[in-house]
Each structure stands twice: as C-alpha cells, then as structure tokens.
Design a protein around this ligand. Structure first.
Ligand code: ATP
Ligand code: MG
Length: 278
C-alpha cells in the first residue's frame, strides 16, 4: 500500500513539471456574459471515414443542467472526448466561454482549467479514506499546491467538509474508499472533481449499475450542483433522465436530432422513431 506521503511526494513532483503548462483556470478570458459556457459549432469527428460526430452544434448555458440522450453510437461519449481534448475534431470549433479555444488547449490544461469529467468507472484510491481521497484531489488543484508542503489549513478542511456534506458521505469520511458501495464510490469521485472547483462537470452514464435508491440520490446530487456549475449528463436510463431533466438534447448519428423539454422531445416523432420507440 502506498503511503499518503508517497502520493503527496509524487504529486508534488508532477506539480513542478506542471508549472510549465499554460493555464486557463479562473482565466479572465472565460467570458460567459452571452449565456453559454460551452460552444460546439459544426464539429465533425471521423474514424476511418465514419463520422462519429457530423456537424454537431450545441451550446451549454452557464449553470444549466443538460441531459444528452441518444442511441448507442450516437456520438455522446465522442462529444465529451472532444470537449475534454481527448479527441481532436477534423473540423468545427469548440469554445469555453466566448474566448477560450479548447482546440488549442492540452487535455491536462482543460481538466485543470475548469472542465471536470466523470468517467463511468470510479477511480478512487481504494486503500485511502474518503477524506484522504478528497484531500489528494484538492492537492492536484494548482491553486492550493502549497498544502503539499504543509498541513491542511482551516479553510481547506472546511472545503473538504462542505464537499463531504454535498456528496452525502459525511459519516463515511474515515472509511477506506475500497469499502464503499458502488454508488458511494461514484459520489466520492464526483466529490473529488468538486475539490478542483470546476465550472463544468461532464458525467457519462452516472447511474449505470446503481440501485434505484442510489440513482435517486444521484439525481438530487446532480440537481444540487447545477447553478454553481454547469452539468452535462449523458444517460440511457430514461426514468433517471426524466427525474432531473430540464433541457434535453437528443443526438443521432453525430448531430442534434431534437432539443427541448423532456415532454417536447418525447413527443417528437423523429425521436420516437430513432430512439425512444425502440
Ligand atoms: N476511437 C474510435 N475509433 C473508431 N471508432 C470509434 C472510436 N470512438 C468511437 N467510435 C465510434 O463512433 C461512434 C460513436 O461512439 P460514441 O462512443 O461516441 O457513442 P455513444 O453515443 O457514447 O454510445 P453509447 O451510448 O453506446 O455509449 C460509434 O459508432 C463508435 O463505434
Ligand atoms: Mg458512450
């Protein structure tokens, strides 16, 4: 088992290297005065000639909770890969606020600069406590890097406690993360993202494998995060989507098929034909 000190040391070394990376966190260029925090315009991604995204145009407003639905292969995950810099499109533009061109930023820069992504499989440090996991996540946030050299300040402990409350794991804080249920691990991972103060949270299939009760709590958690954060949720579970949905975007063959309230998209004949009617 790696000690916490060892992890701290490793992160401190990475940090020194990291100083050389360009930064967008709290960038004065992050301009959301016109409403949207994410702009995807006419984005096309091809894999061996197959267009996973095909002229995708999508805007996410600052503070909104957006659900993205669509059949398998519609391009939902690829869309997240493009926003996070993992996949570079063949054409189109992707902006964070009005001025930050995400196509010119590295994947690390985007992750540390305010766009957090939650993958389906939780990646928590199993042998460390819930509290230590949050502490380590905070340490990878460059704005608090001096904590690596010192003990946690009162403000940092307050922030960890606040996130523990938000994710509903206050009573589990001293437990090793490996002993948590699948749902609790997912919440911890969301908490770890929150420690980095992201403006945007991208969440791919958050309730897969959860019990009904866990899914309900996840719905409450994501709903509570909107406003302060912009939250983009991809999910196949329609009951879950219905429980959190405000605006829903339906992707089909790499572009937007329909957009609107859940009631609107559910009664759209094209949506019923290609997705909901399956
Ligand atoms: N790296 C890749 N190389 C080749 N094809 C890919 C790659 N990534 C995705 N694809 C293809 O692009 C299409 C869109 O995939 P994507 O994973 O974005 O769909 P999705 O909407 O997330 O589907 P699901 O609901 O099954 O997760 C699929 O046909 C997929 O096979
Ligand atoms: Mg996917």
């Amino acid at each position: 088992m790696k000690s916490l000190d060892h992890l701290r040391e490793t992160m401190r070394r990475d940090r020194v290297f990291d100083f050389m990376m360009p930064r967008i966190a709290f960038d004065p260029d992050l301009d959301t005065r016109h409403g949207p925090i994410l702009y995807l315009e006419d984005v096309t991604v091809s894999f061996d000639g197959f267009k996973a995204l095909n002229g995708l145009t999508l805007y996410i407003d600052d503070g909104e909770l957006r659900c993205i639905i669509g059949a398998n292969g519609a391009g939902k995950t690829t869309m997240m890969d493009v926003i996070t810099g993992k996949t570079r499109p063949d054409s189109g533009s992707v902006y964070f606020g009005q001025r930050i061109d995400l196509l010119r930023r590295s994947e690390t820069d985007i992750a540390q600069g305010g766009i957090g992504r939650k993958f389906q499989k939780p990646t928590v440090f199993e042998s460390h406590s819930v509290y230590e996991n949050l502490e380590l996540a905070m340490a990878s946030n460059k704005d608090v890097w001096p904590t690596l050299f010192a003990r946690l300040s009162g403000a940092e402990r307050d922030r960890i406690d606040e996130v523990l409350q938000t994710i509903g794991l206050g009573a589990e804080s001293r437990r090793p993360a490996g002993l948590l249920s699948h749902g609790q691990k997912q919440w911890l991972e969301i908490g770890m993202l929150l420690m980095q103060n992201p403006r945007v949270l991208l969440v791919d299939e958050p309730v897969a494998g959860m019990t009904g009760q866990e899914a309900e709590r996840t719905a409450e958690l994501l709903t509570s995060l909107a406003g302060e954060h912009s939250v983009v949720v991809v999910e196949h579970d329609m009951e879950f989507v219905r429980s959190i949905a405000r605006k829903v975007t339906v992707l089909h063959e790499g572009s937007v098929l329909a957009e609107g309230s859940m009631t609107e998209v559910q009664s759209d004949t094209r949506v019923i034909e290609v997705y909901l009617g399956e």
